[in-house]
Structures are given as C-alpha cells and as structure tokens.
Design a binder for this molecule. Structure first.
Ligand code: T4K
Length: 369
C-alpha cells in the first residue's frame, strides 16, 4: 500500500484561466485594496449566494472575530466561549483584553451547552461566542433566548460554516453577528480570508470602518480600528472559486458517506457528523475514539502517522490547558475534556481518491494489523 503523505485536508483551486480576467482587471484599475471594485462585487455575490443581509469581507476569521467583538463596545469584560475549539476563538477575545470564561459542550453535538453558558453569566459578561463546531449547528434557539433574556450579544464563530445550513437557511444568519473563515483549509477558500455577517446596513458600515482603522473620511476617524481588510487579489480568488463550491460540497459528501458506511459500526468509534442531516457542508470527518476501541486515540493517531496519514486532533489540547488560559476556570468542563482527548479528524477533501481513503479506513478497521 502507498505510504505517500495523506493530509487532513487539501484546498481545491479554480482553474487558473478563471482568474486571469479578474487579475487583468486588478492590473488595469491599479486598485489593489481598500474596498476596491472586485471586493465589492464579491461581497454582493456572497450576500446572494448565502442569502444573508450583509457581508463584510476581512483578511481572516481571527481578525473577523476581533472586529465583531470590538464592534459591540470597547469596555472589557468576560466572553463565554467553548473550551473545545481552535485557539483562534479564545485568542480573538483575549487580544481585546477580555477575560475568557470557558463553558462546557454538549457531548453529542460538541457545541456549547446553553445551560452551562447561562450558569456562567455574570454582570461582567460582554458576549457569548459559540462555535458551530465542524459546521454542526449550535442550539441557536436556546442561545438566542439566553442572549435576549440577559441582554448579552451572541457572536457566532462560524469559521467552519461556509455552505452549511439548517431548515431556514445559512447557519451564518444566526446571532447578532457571525464570522466565517475562507482559509486554505476550509470548504471555500480565498487562500486567507473571511467575512462578518451582519443584519443591518449601519452595523455593516461600522464593521467596515473598524476593518480600516476606524476611518470615516480623510479628517474623521471615529474608532480605534485596525487593518483587517481583504485585498483585491483575495477577493478575486473568491469570485473565481464561488461557482465551484457546490460541486466541491457534493464531492465531500461522497467521501463522508464512504467513511460513514465503513466506520460507523466499529465498536469504540463514534462518527460525530452522520451524513444524513440536511444542509451539511461536509467540512470535516471527526471521530471519537472511545474506551472500548482496542487502542487509545493517541496510539491510533501515531499509527496513522506511521502509515503517512496525517489525521489531526482538532481540537487538542483543551484550551484551558494552554499557558495563556491557565488563569481561566477549568471546572465543569468534562464533556469538552473528553472530546479533546478522543477526537481525531480524518483526511477529507473533495478529490480524496477512494484508494487513499481505503488506507485510512483499513488502519482504523484493523488497528492491530
Ligand atoms: N475559529 C475556528 C473554530 C477555526 O477552526 C479557525 C481556523 C478560526 C476561528 C480562525 O480562522 P482563520 O483566522 O484561519 O481564517 C488550520 C488553519 O490554519 C485554521 O484556519 C483552521 N481553523 C484550523 C482548524 O486548521 P493548522 O495549524 O492545523 O493548519 P496546517 O497548516 O497544519 O494545515 C493542515 C493541513 O492542511 C496540512 O497538513 C496540509 C493542508 N494544507 C494546509 C494549508 C495551509 C494544504 O494542503 N494547503 C495549505 O495551504 O490550522
């Protein structure tokens, strides 16, 4: 069997020809950044594609989360967010000087547990920052109800969610604001990039200004903004990629169904994202390696590595175990800790060849071989 490296993900790229005309436009206009014509076209196309009210493009989702949180106000306080996430979620809030309050997750969905969020609200809570982990929808109704009752904004880290929906539309329409990533490792990519989704034009314009140092016009700077702008080249990559994303999601679905068919009945393995829910974007294929599997998650991880298969422990370590979060309380985070200790994301991308996928499946089905 091949030992060639198999990565957890690989970006798909639009045909080079598709980008040529857009690049010519950039060269002709010599507008390279600062809300140029291609970026404005990309924003309008995304608003249509996602069917969301307003899109503000940003350089990446980490800056997007920072800008979104900052738009709620400058005074520091506490941000409630899951302990089980990529570091960027908590880092974004910490960079703004907020204290991080980690809440536990629902062991089934691996998303924030709303009742644990409510338990951790104090007079210093400034926002709830949930993550739609692996693009599985959070309990949006419960979180919205808690946010409304305590008058606390809900800002979704929807980094994984491009193209994912629930019965009423894009997951990105939930919350006061939502942030999505267009990083190279995501379902839809502009190499680096992201967007903030907002619900009214005043908020969108305020977000756009915060992404541009807070500038209103040449003599008027209204806020302590930063530079979180997307360039024309990145926007062009997005415009060129958009016609292919539905096809990519269909191809991801085939890979996911194949994993599900082969792995979902293995004792000790739980596949977190069953393929039968409507509206998935098939961003990731996480499994949880339980106690009744013949080996631990870390031994399986190493076994896959030895076979050239770079499965990844998204998300491990638990954020409370990182040095910069050791001052945050780690009490009552049992479900998050278990997920961090058991999770393994398997290689998944639209053009993952069946014979390569079989290498992964064989290692997991017959771990002692
Ligand atoms: N919130 C959440 C919940 C997130 O998951 C993320 C990002 C963010 C916020 C922040 O979004 P951005 O600010 O990035 O827009 C990766 C990504 O860098 C990160 O974007 C992503 N989440 C996270 C889950 O994964 P690493 O350190 O694991 O990436 P890396 O470089 O090890 O790449 C993984 C594999 O992907 C490589 O082994 C090979 C493949 N790959 C990667 C890149 C960059 C390619 O084939 N081509 C590439 O260009 O963090």
């Amino acid at each position: 069997m091949s030992q060639d490296p198999l990565y957890v993900t690989r970006p798909t790229l639009p045909p080079r020809d598709d980008i040529e005309d857009l690049l010519r436009e950039v060269w002709d206009s010599r507008f390279l950044t600062n809300r140029g014509p291609i970026l404005q076209r990309f924003e309008a196309d995304l608003e249509r594609y996602l069917n969301v009210p307003h899109v503000s493009l940003v350089a990446n989702a980490t800056l997007g989360c920072m800008v979104a949180l900052r738009s709620l106000g400058a005074d520091q306080g506490e941000i409630i967010t899951p302990a089980f996430s990529f570091v960027a979620t908590a880092h974004a809030a910490r960079w703004l000087g907020h204290d991080i309050v980690f809440a536990d997750i629902n062991p089934k969905t691996l998303n924030l547990d709303p009742s644990d969020v409510e338990r951790r609200i104090t007079s210093r809570t400034r926002a709830i920052l949930p993550v739609h982990c692996y693009a599985n929808p959070c309990d949006v109704a419960a979180l919205a109800e808690i946010g409304a009752r305590y008058k606390i904004p809900v800002v979704y880290d929807g980094a994984h969610c491009f193209g994912a929906s629930d019965q009423d539309g894009s997951l990105l329409r939930h919350g006061d604001l939502s942030v999505v990533s267009f990083h190279a490792t995501k379902v839809f990519s502009t190499f680096e990039g992201g967007a903030i989704i907002s619900h009214d034009i005043e908020t969108k314009q305020a977000l756009d200004r915060l992404c541009n140092y807070g500038i209103v016009d040449q003599t008027h700077i209204e806020a302590l903004g930063l530079n979180a702008k997307m360039s024309e080249i990145h926007a062009a990559l997005g415009l060129a990629q958009l016609p292919y994303v539905a096809r990519d999601i269909e191809n991801r679905a085939k890979v996911v169904r194949r994993y599900w068919d082969r792995l979902s009945k293995i004792p000790g393995i739980r596949c977190v994202c069953p393929p039968n829910r409507e509206g998935q974007n098939y961003y990731s294929f996480p499994i949880l390696v339980g106690a009744n599997y013949p080996m631990s998650r870390d031994i399986l991880y190493q076994k896959l590595q030895d076979a050239g298969i770079q499965a990844r422990r998204y998300f491990y370590p638990l954020l409370t175990d990182l040095p910069m979060y050791r001052d945050a309380s780690s009490d009552g985070l049992e479900a998050a800790r278990t997920a961090a200790e058991q999770v393994l994301c398997l290689p998944l991308y639209p053009d993952l060849a069946p014979e390569d996928q079989d290498r992964v499946i064989a290692c997991i089905c017959d771990p002692c071989a």
